[in-house]
Design a protein around this ligand. Structure first.
Ligand code: CA
Length: 310
């Protein structure tokens, strides 16, 4: 029995590694402009050595892309985070000598990169959002709804979340970016995103669940997202996302973002069998084995950008 289990584990590990490592093809991801990856809420570039975009930067750079992983406050508004990101984009342009960048953002990172493209479209070739709550997150609404402004609950949540954000910042080697948990939560509610969208509307769908403009101000717009919840029995984070997904009722969602809310620009797909963490190949590559692998999706997008001349 022990031998059988060991064999099963070895086979499973082999299968995982085969899925996680798509065949190399020289130049497949060789975009003209650098690819800049932007993390989500509670995000980090690396946390205790584990990258937020798990195995993704390597998979992109292996076949030609120049890839940069950025880091902003784990918890803050998309305008504050967007300004931090813009500074890093300027640094990347200075270091590489490139004229523009391709921005790819996961979750709140998708709002941050929209901000950068809105204020400096001349520096951005494309914006790709992955699992981004463009029209807010019903889970954020549910959480916010329990918090009367100025209440003890709000103060307690703020201090817990603020501590968590600061901890992430310290563990990920940062420590200087300001954290603001309530601003972060407000940035992700329906009301918060509506306010953000009124200032930075480019690429948003005009109907409740349609697609958006494919480009504006010389910047191309793309998006994709997931609607899976329990996708891998070995991933201990799946049950948590299964629970947060209950906030959406019958609406398809990835645990934190509803299907229609992930729509932006040209929609590549809005319903991959991926939960919110699967979208960045977490945790540790534990995703569904039977559908589009997240690493493959990032590689395909790099190839799409390359073919579009970006
Ligand atoms: Ca997972």
């Amino acid at each position: 029995m022990k031998k059988y289990l060991a064999g099963l584990c070895a086979g499973f590990t082999l299968l995982l590694s085969l899925v996680a490592l798509p065949a190399a093809a020289a130049g497949y991801t060789q975009t003209r402009y650098p690819i800049v990856l932007a993390h989500g809420l509670f995000g980090f570039d690396t946390l205790a050595g584990v990258p937020y975009f798990y195995q993704i930067p390597d998979a992109l750079s292996r076949d030609g892309a120049k890839v940069y992983v950025t880091k902003v406050s784990a918890e803050n508004s998309s305008v504050v985070r967007g300004e931090q990101l813009l500074t890093q984009v300027k640094n990347i342009l200075a270091v590489t000598g490139a004229k523009k960048v391709n921005l790819i953002g996961h979750s709140q990172g998708g709002l941050d990169i929209r901000y950068v493209a809105a204020v400096r479209p001349d520096l951005v070739a494309s914006v790709t959002t992955v699992g981004t709550p463009h029209k807010g997150s019903k889970f954020a609404d549910a959480l916010r709804g329990k918090l009367a402004p100025g209440s003890l609950t709000e103060a307690v949540l703020a201090s817990v979340a603020q501590g968590f954000g600061s901890l992430i910042n310290i563990l990920s080697g940062g420590g200087t970016n300001p954290q603001n948990a309530i601003a972060a939560l407000d940035a992700l509610t329906s009301a918060g995103t509506a306010s953000f969208n009124s200032k930075y509307p480019a690429g948003l769908p005009t109907s409740s669940c349609g697609s958006g403009a494919a480009s504006a101000n010389g910047v191309a717009f793309y998006s994709w997202g997931g609607t899976g919840l329990l996708t891998n029995v070995l991933d201990l984070t799946d049950p948590a996302l299964g629970l947060t997904g209950l906030a959406f009722g019958f609406e398809a969602n990835d645990g934190l973002v509803g299907r229609c809310s992930n729509h932006f620009g040209k929609i590549i797909a809005d319903n991959y069998f991926q939960n919110h963490l699967d979208e960045v190949n977490q945790t540790f590559g534990l995703v569904s084995l039977f559908t589009s692998n997240p690493v493959t999706l990032f590689r395909e997008q790099a190839n799409r950008l390359k073919n579009a001349g970006f």
